[in-house]
Design a protein around this ligand. Structure first.
Ligand code: FAD
Length: 465
């Protein structure tokens, strides 16, 4: 249970200039950034090994005007990127923060590549909803596990101390809201204390805390949480105890394409490349192209909270670049058949329903019918045999609301003043997705993890503290 204890002063046996709580993408990037700036930094992680939601993710980070895009002939700018973020989030996020993260992302990825050997490439063969350029960058396996392992290896190379099995429970702060230090619990129940000059909260949001999800995101209070269970909302609770402003606490990323019961993320390329979703009656129920985040609630509203994603072998070929998809195939979660009627029989949905839905979608693609859900199918290739289907459900991936920060990642009070020495990055900070699921543009999660991590880590060299 996290708590904030007020003390006039406190002596610690051990002090470090900077402590980072959490060794996900935000925390490790912050630590690398601070180390480069010459600040002594210590990372505390509650788990035995740094993983976090970062390890569960597809590891894809959007960035504009990168050298990888240039090499692929993709024209993009930070302005275009910022416009996409704001459009998807209905203009709700702070435009100054959006501008900051959109501008920072490219340089941060190039820094991670040049300085720390992360070998990014850009996804060239499909588009994510809401992005007006192909700008998703990932490591070779397109998995977050590879990303977190590469960041951890970089921290090891820099000899940055990362103490695992260190569950931070308590912040000590004086009456000016300055954090003096913290206490963390070890697996054997012992408690250790450390003093610090500044603190970066990189312990993500509150997706793993049922009570906070029910309070702030009631539409997904019963949904499966697909993110890291250890993300219990500690940053939010500590920030609130210190008088920080919070924003967009209903904001979140859902996902309408988690293979069920396999529990594996199925890339949304299955849909954007011309696939669609039906319920167990074989009927479509929404405009899937709006985005996978808002689709979580749509799928959960269907009978049994289930849908089938229907696509074809060509699309499966594109999606196979994701390790998760290959795993789903190996587990038998991807059903194939030579015709829509055979597919209906194999997935046990009414043949009439699925066959007529397939015909309707193909008519929309040919421009001979208009979609009742207003999805724009123009430019989508027709599906061809063999056809594929995966049984999916909707899930909560991570929360997007959090502590209000400025462009130096300093945590702010409601009056706009900065707390003396508290910073937040990644899911601990209010993101750029606005106040509901529909505002989440693909990649907003790791975008704010790496860019705000970089900013928070470099804050000392940039003049803070
Ligand atoms: C299945 C899935 C797929 C996703 N795919 C993508 C994607 O492709 N692109 C994208 O941009 N986003 C994606 N996301 C979202 C992305 O994973 C997160 O936004 C991002 O990883 C957040 O990084 P973080 O460093 O803030 O948090 P995390 O990676 O979760 O790290 C937080 C760390 O803090 C630790 N911690 C928590 N509390 C404490 C405490 N009290 N003391 C010590 N340590 C603590 C945790 O154990 C954890 O290791 C996905 C999410 C999921 C669940």
């Amino acid at each position: 249970m996290s708590q904030c204890v007020r003390v006039a002063e406190k002596a610690f046996d051990y002090r470090v200039p900077l402590v980072v709580i959490g060794a996900g993408a935000a925390g490790l990037v912050a630590a690398l950034s601070a180390h480069e700036a010459g600040e002594e930094v210590l990372v505390l992680e509650r788990d035995p090994l740094p993983r976090g939601s970062t390890a569960l993710s597809a590891g894809l980070i959007p960035a504009a005007a990168t050298r990888w895009q240039n090499a692929a002939g993709i024209v993009d700018t930070a302005e275009l990127f910022a416009g996409d973020i704001l459009r998807k989030a209905h203009g709700e996020p702070d435009a100054v923060i959006v501008d900051h993260v959109a501008r920072s992302a490219g340089p941060v990825l190039e820094w991670l590549a040049d300085r720390h050997g992360l070998n990014f490439s850009v996804i060239e063969d499909f588009s994510y909803p809401g992005h007006s350029a192909r700008r998703m960058h990932g490591l070779a396996s397109r998995s977050g596990e590879e990303l977190i392992d590469a960041l951890r290896a970089a921290a090891e190379t820099c000899e940055i101390p990362v103490i695992c099995d260190a569950h931070v429970t308590t912040l000590f702060a004086d009456d000016t809201d300055r954090v003096l230090g913290l206490a963390f619990a070890r697996p054997d129940g012992s408690i250790e204390e450390i003093g610090c000059d500044r603190l970066i909260l990189a312990c993500n949001g509150y997706g793993g805390n049922r009570a906070l999800v029910a309070q702030h995101i009631p539409s997904l209070s019963d949904a499966t949480y697909f993110g890291h269970a250890g993300n219990q909302g500690d940053a939010l609770l500590w920030g609130q105890a210190l008088g920080a402003a919070t924003r967009h606490l209903n904001g979140h990323q859902g996902h309408g394409s988690v293979a069920h019961p396999a529990g594996i993320l199925i890339s949304w390329a299955t849909i954007t490349e011309g696939g669609f979703q039906v319920n167990i009656r074989g009927e479509r129920f929404s405009n899937e192209a709006k985005g996978y985040s808002e689709q979580a609630a749509e799928v959960l509203k269907q009978p049994e909270g289930i849908a089938w994603s229907v696509f074809d072998a060509r699309i499966a070929g594109i999606t196979r670049q994701f390790e998760d998809f290959r795993r789903a195939e190996a587990m038998g979660a991807v059903v194939t058949a030579e015709s829509p009627a055979d597919l209906a029989a194999r997935i046990n949905v009414p043949e009439d329903g699925l066959v007529s839905t397939c015909a309707q979608v193909e008519a929309c693609k040919r421009g001979e019918a208009s979609d009742p859900f207003a999805r724009d199918f123009s430019g989508s290739q027709p599906l061809a045999a063999p056809f594929c289907a995966v049984r999916v459900t909707g899930a909560l991936f991570h929360t997007q609301g959090g502590l209000v920060i400025d462009t130096r990642a300093r945590v702010l009070r409601p009056d706009g003043s900065a707390l003396p020495n508290l910073y937040a990055a990644g899911g601990a900070a209010c993101g750029v997705s606005g106040n509901d699921a529909s505002g989440y543009l693909s990649g907003n999660g790791l975008l704010t993890a790496v860019t705000l991590g970089r900013t928070a880590g470099a804050a000392k060299i940039n003049g803070d503290e």
